[in-house]
Structure formats: C-alpha cells, structure tokens
Design a protein around this ligand. Sequence first.
Ligand SMILES: O=C(O)CCC(=O)C(=O)O
Length: 359
Amino acid sequence: MYGSNGVQDETDRTEFRKAEKKYKLYYDNTSKSSKKKKQPRKVDLSEVLDFNSILESFNQTGETPSGIFPLQCDIGLPVFCLKNRPGFYFIPGALSIEEQCKWIRESLINFPQPPNRTNHNAIYGPISNLFVAAKEGRVLVKKETAAADENSDRNNDMMDEIKWEFSEEPVTSLGGDSNKFVPASTILQKLRWSTLGLQFDWSKRNYNVSVPHNKIPDALGQLAQRMASPAMPAGEKFQPEAAIVNFFGLGDTLGGHLDDMEADWSKPIVSMSLGCKAIFLLGGKSRQDPPLAMFLRSGDVVLMAGEARECFHGVPRIFTDEQNAEIAPLDLQFSKEVDHCFLEYIRTSRININVRQVF
Ligand SMILES: O=C(O)CCC(=O)C(=O)O
C-alpha cells in the first residue's frame, strides 16, 4: 500500500488524484517577509459525507439520504451501507471514549514494540519503548559495532539487527554528531506504521510468515471479530491474523491504493479511526471512477469486504486544528496529569488500526 501498487506514471488526470488534490492540505501563499502564521487553504467540504449527521437525522426521522441505507444486524450499533459500493460498511461512533483512549495508549506504547515492525526498523533496527523514551527526553545512539557492516543488510528490510539503542539518561544537549544521535521525540514524530501479527513485507508486498511475530492481542482480535460480523459470510467468524497501525501527523496522507494481499477478499478489513478527524476517499475499481469523500472521526469503524476490497481508497487529509479535529471528548478523558503525553500526541495526530484475516 505504501509501495509500488500505484500506477507509476499516474498523473493528475485520474478522478482519484483530482479528489486527493482537492482535499489535501495546502497553505496559502504568503510573502516571505510576512510575519503572519501560514494559513491552510480553504477547502470546500460540502460534498464530504458526514455519517455523524446522517446518524443524527436517522435517529430522529428513520430516514437516510438517497444511496445510503441502514443495515439490520445484531452488533447493537447502527451500521450504514452505500448502494453503489457493495461490501462497504460505516459504523459511526463504534468505539466508546474509554475504548478510544485504550487503543490510543496501546498504539503508542505496545503496538510498536518488537517483534512488531515499524517504518524505523530498516534504518535503526528494532526499537523498544519508543514512546516512553520520547517522554523521558532520551536519545537514540548509534552502536559503534554497527558502523562497519552498515551497508550489509540495508537491502534486506526484514533483518532485525540492533543498530541503535536509547541512552540510559535523558539528554538535554546533543552537542556532537547528529548521524550518531537522534532524539526519541523525533523518531516518534516520524513513526508512520507498525505491523502486528503476521508481518507484512512492504518490499515484496506479501506476508512473510517466517518473520518472528506475536499473535494479534486477544482484546484487539475480539473487538475486530465483533465489528467484522455485519460483513462476514453467514456462519463464519472473522480470524484476526494481521494488523497495520497507521500514524498520521499534520500534512500526512495515505495515497490511493488497494488492499489486495490477503488470500480471501470475502473477509472484511476492519478499520478503526482514533484521534484527529480525517477525510477518507472511497473510489471505484478504477482510479478513473470519481471517489466518494467522507469524514472519519475518532471512534468510527469502517469495513471493506467483497467488491469493496477492489475499490481504491486513501486518506488525503487529517485536520489538526482545534475546530476541525473534533477530539474534545478525548481531551477531557486524557485530562489527568499522567495522560498528558497521550493528549499531547493525539491533539495533532490520527491513528488508524486496520485488522485483517490473511488466509
Ligand atoms: O487510515 C485509514 O483510515 C485507511 C488505512 C488504509 O487504507 C490502509 O491501511 O490500507
């Protein structure tokens, strides 16, 4: 998905690309001498589907806008489907505030822990306790022995040699060579993904079952199983085998892609949103099909199964400003002193956990 499945010479001419450009964060041009803060360019959001409003009016009137219909199912939550995108399910506000906080904590503390892999493995090797190290002001220090064989395994993305380690103590001034020291806070800011369960090899675009891995944590597996049920073939139970945790900061996007590496597309991908509000684009089977744009808020869950697995999708925008991020309930829930570090992170970030059945 981050790799090479996009058409190489794709240009702005596809409808998907046009929509990505429409919603992406751009700043208004300001002259260099201007002392004013850069302002995000205004974007017309009138065509973005808002399942919060759809749910609200459905609760009041029992009606839904044309093209959207409620699904009768027994998970005890409202589920909406789209007439022209069979296999796509939207469960607004599926996760309670307590659940959202729990999964934010897990995503930052436990999910990036080895043997789970992150985007940092290729450069730094496995890194333990990143979030705590960032909180404590530590730095990552290059191990002397790593220098000699620096180039030996660069091409093997799945090798797990320890090349860098955290300093024992917090470091206030780095002084020396920035090629040998990197603040943990910088590494945390640049955390983009972590993989749980069966590990995905981005370079080969497949699951590498020989790479050491832990099973998907039970609580996450059970949650995914419950959420997946509206999209499961009758009598079958979703088997959570792998998950990708995506971390988005200001200006980050996830380009249009297909999730097509799992063997059985009849099983849904269960995708949960945490933190700042985002725009999700759901296209068709061709990048030329005009995508539908919809808001994803903290606590929303989306399922993609069957035909929807063949639809291009992506995230062109997250909103980190107070008015649009819509994270006030998280703000309140994380208001205790001990949770300040989570609040600080999530105020300007979004986390997506998507759980998959691979076989
Ligand atoms: O961040 C999201 O909501 C979508 C993530 C996604 O499409 C993916 O990881 O394949």
